[in-house]
Design a protein around this ligand. Sequence first.
Ligand code: PAF
Length: 303
Amino acid sequence: MAIKVIHDPLVFQQHMLALRMEGQTVGFVPTMGALHDGHLSLFHRAREENDVVAVSIFVNPTQFGPNEDLSRYPRDPEGDLAKAEALGVDVVFMPTPEAMYPPGFQTFVEVTELQKPLCGAFRPGHFRGVATVVTKLLLLAFPTRAYFGRKDFQQWRLIERMVRDLAIPTAIVSMPIIREEDGLAMSSRNRYLSPEERRSALALYRGLLRARELFEAGETRAEVWVREVRKVLEETPGVRGIDYVEVRDGVTLEPVETVGRGSLVALAAHVGPARLIDNWWVGMDTLDLVPGYNIPPFPWSEP
Ligand code: PAF
């Protein structure tokens, strides 16, 4: 079946509701486009688990602050559609900002506690924008399951909470971070980096490897983890600024003093023009570069 591209929110909603009324299961992957293998891993999982796969491509203005990269956020609609088609995606929803936020729009969703720490402290309003657009997208797509990457760990936990709190009838599925062969977490924003900045950006992965060394050595004091991981970032030329290095509970995102399996070590730093984030879900995700788990080649990139 040829891929179906829909721009109008209500046409998309009617199409998706009709599929569910027929008894089909729907896997939905919300994205902002500039697709990379991280997104494709979500498409692949959605394809395995559902009758129909729908993807949204929408650079959501309400999750960007006034001095952030909304206007230069990478956009590649044609490349994205080709990738979605190759992965067997059935429906792509590509609305305009005006269609998603028509004149008079004034309703927002907030996840009051989970939106505060980590990226929320440095990007005021970001998670309000994310929660609002994801709620609207879930109401339009009406999916059985929706898929999110654990690179945006806080976003995943926040959406999971929101869906439970608002009784949205969609199962939230998360997938591990996908890395380049040298360990850099895949991100649409990596496209901003020069080759030299790209090398500096590896400090984030090296910081997490240092965290793993501490874990393996039995070090449980969060303050030691933070100090040691920060040191890796501070000592790397080209890392312009560190927003945070933090260790938190992997579910509630509350601060912890003692680190263990299931904690989260999360970091955000500026390299060149990019603000980069990365994390390790301690003892739950691997930082080893395992083909098919967190680095290409995946089944879809085989000839
Ligand atoms: O993770 C993203 O790409 C975005 O935050 C999302 C979930 C598509 C909402 O705009």
